[in-house]
Ligand binder design. Sequence first.
Ligand SMILES: [Zn+2]
Length: 103
Amino acid sequence: MATRSEREKAQKLNEQHQAILSKMLREEDNKYCADCEAKGPRWASWNLGVFICIRCAGIHRNLGVHISRVKSVNLDQWTSEQIQVYGLFADSSRFNQNVEETG
Ligand SMILES: [Zn+2]
C-alpha cells in the first residue's frame, strides 16, 4: 500500500514527465505526426520515440506491442524509462538539461 508521501511523489514525478513531454511537443520536429504529418500529435509510440496522431495511434496499436507501444501524451502515466527513450532520440544534452530543470 502506498503511503501519502509516496503518492505525492508519484504525482509530482508524473507532473515532471508531463512537463518534459509538452516541452518536446513544442519542438519543431514533434509538431507533426511522425507517420502522416497531421498537425499536433497527442499520442506517442514510446518504444520508437515518435509522436503520432490519434489515427496513426490506432494503426500502431494494431501492429502489436512487440512493434509499437502506444501511449497518450496527456492521459497516460509515463515512467522515467519511457521518457528516456525520447531523450535518446532527441538532443541528449538538452534532454538532460530539461530533466535537471524540472526535477
Ligand atoms: Zn498520423
